[in-house]
Design a protein around this ligand. Structure first.
Ligand code: ZN
Length: 238
């Protein structure tokens, strides 16, 4: 069974009534609950726990880590960032959600600023599937419509994704690469844009389906462990 750890900085939900109304127990609990219902073994971790809840032991038992952060990226300890980066390189999957584009973990793994345009105007978003045979889009229609969303617009300063799965159109005219797949070392990374804290986006069934598909996709594979360094030839060299 695939084990998912849902990490959240868990600040907005405790400080803002509008957010608390959408996610009374925190965004992490909402995500963990629907993943659990879809057959994953789930656990949560938050910023204010010791080691941000991400000890070596927790990460040893995590196939896929989901990361939601916004207001407190700077409070994430560098040691934890190092630890997460190392685990991803060793094969742990990572799902980077919405405003976590600016998390230390994502910026470290991308090596770019991960900056973008944004606007909070409660506008309509249409999230188009651009790679319909990709496992992350299984069970999804040609597009997902979000009645109210925060706009994220290009340019999104990330390396060109290995696979672009979703592209967003916004009512206000902007577009955005909303579902980006990467590999770093043995680990798979998926950036997924929707998820602003004041809208009920993680309660929407298609969004839940995409995240469940993405957890399945990002889970470590069964391939060989690569070996490195100087080697004797396998055949005799004439
Ligand atoms: Zn947001």
């Amino acid at each position: 069974m695939v084990t998912a750890t849902v990490w959240n900085e868990f600040r907005h939900e405790r400080e803002d009534d509008v957010v608390a109304e959408q996610y009374p127990d925190g965004i992490h609990e909402t995500i963990a609950e629907f993943l659990d219902e879809r057959g994953f073994e789930t656990r949560t971790a938050t910023l204010d726990e010791p080691d941000h809840g991400l000890t070596g032991e927790v990460l040893d038992d995590t196939d896929v880590l989901l990361w939601w952060g916004h207001a407190a990226h700077d409070e994430v300890n560098e040691e934890v960032v190092d630890r997460v980066q190392e685990r991803v390189l060793d094969g742990m999957g990572l799902l980077v959600l919405h405003s976590a584009h600016y998390s230390k973990v994502f910026k470290r793994l991308m090596g770019t600023s991960c900056s973008l345009k944004w606007r909070e105007a409660g506008e309509r978003e249409r999230l188009w599937v651009v790679e319909p045979s990709h496992p992350i889009t299984e069970g999804i229609d040609e597009y997902i419509e979000l009645p109210e969303a925060e706009m994220y617009g290009e340019r999104f300063d990330v390396p060109a994704p290995e696979t672009l799965v979703f592209t967003s159109w916004f009512e206000g005219g902007n577009v955005f690469r909303s579902g980006c797949c990467y590999r770093r070392g043995a680990g798979k990374i998926f950036y997924f844009r929707p998820g602003h804290e004041t809208y009920p986006i993680y309660h929407q069934s298609e969004i839940q389906q995409v995240l469940a598909n993405a957890v399945e996709w990002a889970a470590p594979g069964e391939g060989p462990d690569p070996e490195y360094g100087e080697r004797e030839p396998l055949e005799s060299i004439e």
